[in-house]
Design a protein around this ligand. Sequence first.
Ligand code: PDD
Length: 287
Amino acid sequence: MSRFAYVNGRYVEHREASVHIEDRGYQLADGVYEVVGIRDGKLIDEDLHLDRLGRSLKELRIEWPVARGTLSFIIRELMRRNRLRDGLVYMQVTRGVARRDHAFPTRPVKPALVLTTKYMKRTDIDPGAGVGVKSQPDIRWGRCDIKTVGLLPNVLAKQAARESGAYEAWLVDGEGNVTEGASTNAWIVTADGELVTRKTDNHILAGITRHTLKSLADKLQLKLVERPFSLAEAKKAKEAFITSATSFVTPVVRIDGEAVADGKVGPTAKRLREEYIRFAEAGEPVT
Ligand code: PDD
């Protein structure tokens, strides 16, 4: 159990932690967040996550709620208080508290900062047998590169997937191409053994796990192509997998109920997962 949360300058009992009813994150989804994975007591790619947080804040013209170094300290202090060794830290920054109005507050308000941690059993993040995904139309907005708390389309897609017995939803754009998962990036391995994942632009989140995996794939001398792939191509692929701070590299063995190849975890996804976990446990950035 995570006993403590951090809310606007204070470490508070998790069950008593609360925010103001006029927090713009609560009313308008006017805020951003980050999720950093923790393995063996080590933060995975903390720097890259804080870089992305800075970018999201800048895009929405929200100030850093505390200095970046202070945020790093708060993360560690919360991990220490919650004795967290495996799981994740969640941090959220909203524009702050103001009387409801769509436009930004005219008087300066302090951005609101909340951090929580979540313990995750290793089996939760390493489903060695692979998972199923379900396709869903991508009905999100034009700035999916910003990690905002406005996640309703993702929530609905994930829920549809879960109700069909799948673990994740794969979002499909108007051209029939897979953009990404509801909370993961999407990859396939072609018959020629090429790794394929969509290039980063406004239509997907530039995943930190995706970024690190590119370096790991390079180290393993795997060929990577950043291009769109269709749902039909994915269904015929040799392998498929998803990446995120919480699922690491998770093999996908079923798409819309159809087996990917023989329906078993393939060697590339397995190898990349092992390599990623080794990297996470080493606690060092890949160069
Ligand atoms: N989700 N795409 C989307 C839409 C995401 O929400 C996420 C992360 C990713 C993967 O990004 P990263 O590798 O940096 O975790 C891709 C987090 C884990 C979440 O919302 O819980």
